[in-house]
Ligand binder design. Sequence first.
Ligand SMILES: [Zn+2]
Length: 163
Amino acid sequence: MSTRRGKRIDWREAALLAENMRAKAYAPYSGYRVGAVLVARKDSESQTELFIGANVENASYGLCVCAERNAVASAVLAGMTVFLGLVVATEGPTPAAPCGMCRQVLAEFATDMPIGLVVGGEIVDKTSLAQLLPRMFNGAALAEAQAKIAKQAKRASARKARS
Ligand SMILES: [Zn+2]
């Protein structure tokens, strides 16, 4: 689900929305409610949209899904895979950054983007995806590795043919 459209990122609006999303979280096990708002757009358009997410827990703990990944899924379903920014709202007083799994999922779509950490409806700390996930493994890294593997295999088969 998305909300308002615009060309500029309204961080204040995104922070308030993320804070409000915490109320929608399904967190009966941890009680730790998280809201997220992802700013995304289509590859072909400059208009951005805000995509919301909240954490959804499960009695089988390993199946819990974070707010950030739910927001990512929402944006992708709307065809918006260019990510411009993320806001994550958690319980205070110390703000929390996205977990490692969410960082990796975000890296599928962006090498960097600003990330605002929200407590009480306000951004109290700022970071970025590149800061949180340096030397990320993504599609480009995989393609590079696969090209190297293919080149080595070709060389090995040429060597075999010569001998
Ligand atoms: Zn996460």
